[in-house]
Structures are given as structure tokens and as C-alpha cells.
Design a protein around this ligand. Structure first.
Ligand SMILES: Cc1cc2nc3c(=O)[nH]c(=O)nc-3n(C[C@H](O)[C@H](O)[C@H](O)COP(=O)(O)OP(=O)(O)OC[C@H]3O[C@@H](n4cnc5c(N)ncnc54)[C@H](O)[C@@H]3O)c2cc1C
Length: 410
């Protein structure tokens, strides 16, 4: 059937992690779905962005299991059984442990490429219409439908849907076409990402080390390897990227110390500018935005995808209920309820990440003393530690359960 002029129940713009997880969760629901993705599969597999390691919280793993995704990537992921948080040059430390929380792992680490490509393969096995490489170029909502214009190769297509979901990332075209303004907080920092081999085993410990020029995270990935997210001031990051690999490694070793022995680089260095970007609204007409299209966070706390997946879970829960009752899935009432349900989690997660960045990127004596007293206190108060662990595991938020959609839908 030609794509031009087709009517869908839901059009999802963006076949990244948020968009494809949403599509998978709705597959088999009876809803007619299309995903519009700008990149080809080859571009996705070869993108340098795919090198970044994602720390997945325990709550995220439970959702991925329910969607039948985790089973196919578990072997490529490394468990985090302990998290060690410290403040370079000061005495404060917090140690979180899976054993003390009675769970097998606090979270897992996997490269974005491994999870993105697996989710994309699962979408290929469904009846979902995929339009790619294609870009959304226009949209207009009325009382009954949202009409979209798409550039697909050299063709221009028009399609319509009851609901449009913008899952098209930080530079979201959907957000721009809806005229939703965004608030940007610049931290003046760049995240340098690479992978190192260590001469001592990581023993599944994730290290978060706060230094006066920004946080440094070592995430266990594979045997004796750690994914590094090293946040520096922009000038410092430029100097580290333009210098030789040996200088880079020497500075990294100095900053992290010898807790894991001698470090060797096993992947190219990549630089990701970081800031906090928040859309002022999530909804307009028959369209809603999710994932990075709404919030782009500093990677310090590893919350971006975890938060985006919780958007997906909430939206799927509402869509299935409304569709089951035969109600309009693009109505203002439905979208208002969704937005209300997501606001608090967004506020809390953004505040948590932003506070960490600001508090720990500051070397004023009063700040340093306060945060070190805080870290020591946290390490000695079991209730506070349990709460922090629940936050790190992504279990601090109440979310609907998706169940095992893949098995249920056959
Ligand atoms: C260095 C770094 C480390 C990180 N670490 C973590 C971590 O440890 N844990 C964590 O949870 N998160 C982490 N994140 C955040 C995480 O990577 C993102 O939150 C997540 O990938 C966002 O997924 P998304 O699907 O919302 O957006 P994206 O991944 O940006 O996907 C958007 C998709 O939309 C497509 N698109 C864009 N425009 C259009 C258009 N006009 N038409 C059609 N398609 C379009 C794009 O091609 C893309 O495929 C990290 C990020 C960085 C940069």
C-alpha cells in the first residue's frame, strides 16, 4: 500500500531508544503505528554516538525485560554490584552495595549501540510501518487528527494520525514545529568519553569521582574494562582532545588514581558538549514529546535514557487503557493526564542531576566541607543510603507495570 495519504493511530517521530521502545511496547495492541526515522540502519550502527556507555537502572531493566528486550542484550551487559562515590582530595565517601539492598545488581552497563541495534531489530520483526530514512518537515493538528508532511528520500509524503509522538531527541523537530520553547542551562562543561583496560579487576564496581573541574565516572564494562565519562571545563576538554593519547591517559590516570591499576586506552576519545535542556511544555494539540525531546541531562548521574523510558511506560499504560475503552488517544484530556503524571519525576530527576553537577563542580571551601560532611553522613545513615540506592536503581518513582508485552501479544 502506498505510504502517501495513509491514516495511522499513532505516528512516532524518531526511531532512537525512546521511539523504538514505545513502538515495541505498542506492537500487537491493535493500534496502527508508524515510526519515522531520519537515519538508515547503517548510519545508526556506524555512528560515533553509539560508543557511549549507558548505565541502566534496575527499574529500567525490569521494563526492558517486560518488553522482551533485555533477554537479547543481557549477555552484552555488565552488572554494577557496588557504587563508590568520592570527592577527590577530600575525605567524604559513599558506598552503595547491591548485597546490602538485597538485589543482584544496582544496575547494568551496556553500549548504546548494543541496545539501540537490538531494539531496532525487534521492531523489524513487527508489523509496525517504518519510514526511513525520512524526516518530519511539517505538522498540523485539528479536532480529529494530526496531519504530517514527511520528506522520504526524494519524495514528499502526507500522512495523518490520531496522535503524534515526538521521540526525535535533543534537537527535536516536533518540539520546534509545535513552537514549544526550551530552557537551557549551560554548565560550561564537555563530557569526554572513552574505554580503558585496567590491570586490576573492576569487581563490578562503578566509580563516581567528583573533582574540582567536574565529575569522572568509571563504569565496569566487559572483563577488566571500564567505560569512562570524564567531564571537564570546555577549555580543558579542548586541550585534552587536541593533545596526544599519551598525555590524555596520563591526566586521566592522575585524576582517577591507581585504584584499578594501570590504565590503557582501548577506544577513541569522543567529546560530547553537556548542558541541561528542558522543554517548557510536553504537549500541544494532538502531539506529545518524550525522552530527550523533552529533557537532555548532564550524563553525570546516568539518568537520561532511564527517565525517557519512564515517559514511554507511562504513555503506553495510558494509551492501552484509552484504546481499550474506545476513547480518543489524541484528546487533550488524555494528554493532560499523561503530562501531569510525568511532571514530578521530571522535576525530581532534573533537580537531582543538576544539584550533583553544581555542588560537585565547586571547590569553595564551604561547599567542599558541606558536601563531604553530607557524604560521610550519607554513608553512615542506612535509611538515607537505602533511599539513594533506590534513586540510583530507578525505583524511587511509582510507575505502572507494562507486563511482558512480547509474550502476551504472541
Ligand atoms: C556521553 C553520554 C552518556 C550518557 N550516559 C547515560 C547513562 O549512563 N544512562 C542513561 O540513562 N542515559 C545516558 N545518556 C543519555 C541517553 O543517551 C539519552 O537519554 C537517550 O539516548 C535518548 O534517547 P531518545 O530516543 O530520546 O533520543 P535519541 O537517542 O537522540 O534518538 C532520537 C532519534 O530521532 C531521530 N530524528 C531526529 N530528528 C528527526 C526528524 N526530524 N525526523 C525523523 N527522525 C528524527 C534521530 O535520528 C534519532 O534516531 C548519556 C548521554 C551521553 C551524551
Amino acid at each position: 500500500m502506498p505510504l502517501d495519504g495513509q491514516n495511522f493511530d499513532i505516528i512516532i517521530v524518531g526511531g532512537g531508544l525512546a521511539g523504538n521502545c514505545l513502538a515495541l511496547a505498542l506492537g500487537g495492541s491493535g493500534l496502527k503505528i508508524a515510526v519515522i526515522e531520519a537515519n538508515t540502519r547503517e548510519q545508526l550502527l556506524n555512528s560515533a554516538m553509539g560508543d557511549r556507555a549507558l548505565a541502566l537502572a534496575a527499574g529500567t531493566i525490569a521494563t526492558l525485560e517486560g518488553l522482551g528486550i533485555w533477554q537479547g542484550i543481557e549477555a552484552k551487559a555488565t552488572a554494577i554490584t557496588d557504587i563508590h562515590v568520592s570527592d577527590k582530595g577530600h575525605f567524604g565517601k559513599v558506598r552503595l552495595s547491591a548485597r546490602k539492598q538485597n538485589v543482584a545488581a544496582l544496575g547494568y552497563v551496556i553500549t548504546a549501540r548494543d541496545i539501540e541495534s537490538h531494539v531496532a531489530e525487534l521492531v523489524d520483526q513487527t508489523q509496525i510501518t517504518q519510514i526511513r530514512p525520512a524526516r518530519l518537515v511539517g505538522l498540523m493538528s485539528d479536532n480529529h487528527a494530526v496531519n504530517v508532511s514527511i520528506k522520504h528520500n526524494d519524495d514528499s509524503l502526507c500522512c495523518s494520525a490520531k496522535l503524534l509522538v515526538g521521540a526525535d531527541g535533543g534537537n527535536s523537530s516536533v518540539r520546534k514545529l509545535l513552537d514549544i520553547p526550551q530552557q537551557v542551562t549551560e554548565y560550561g562543561q564537555t563530557a569526554l568519553v572513552t574505554t580503558v583496560k585496567t590491570t586490576l579487576p573492576h569487581r563490578n564496581v562503578a566509580y563516581e569521582r567528583f573533582t574540582k573541574s567536574g565529575p569522572l565516572a568509571f563504569l565496569p564494562i566487559g572483563k577488566n574494562q571500564c567505560s569512562v565519562v570524564w567531564t571537564r571545563t570546555c577549555e580543558d576538554a579542548d586541550a585534552l582532545m587536541s593533545g596526544g593519547e599519551n598525555d590524555f591517559l596520563e591526566r586521566l590516570q592522575q585524576c582517577f588514581g591507581y585504584r584499578l591499576g594501570q590504565l590503557t586506552l582501548t577506544a577513541p576519545r569522543r567529546a560530547f558538549p553537556v548542558s541541561l535542556v528542558r522543554a517548557e511544555r510536553m504537549q500541544s494539540g494532538r502531539a506529545v514529546i518524550v525522552g530527550n525531546a523533552v529533557h537532555q541531562l548532564h550524563p553525570v548521574a546516568g539518568q537520561g535514557f532511564n527517565l525517557g523510558l519512564r515517559d514511554v511506560v507511562q504513555l503506553v499504560d495510558g494509551l492501552l487503557k484509552h484504546h481499550g475503552l474506545g476513547e480518543d488517544i489524541g484528546s487533550a484530556t488524555f494528554l493532560d493526564d499523561y503530562v501531569t503524571a510525568r511532571e514530578q519525576d521530571h522535576r525530581n530527576t532534573i533537580a537531582f542531576t543538576d544539584t550533583l553537577v553544581k555542588l560537585f563542580s565547586n571547590d569553595w571551601l564551604a561547599f567542599a566541607a558541606a558536601r563531604n560532611i553530607g557524604l560521610v553522613a550519607l554513608d553512615h545513615i542506612p535509611v538515607a543510603k537505602a533511599l539513594l540506592s533506590r534513586h540510583a536503581m530507578g525505583l524511587a518513582q511509582r510507575l505502572p507495570k507494562l507486563g511482558n508485552r512480547i509474550q502476551r501479544d504472541g
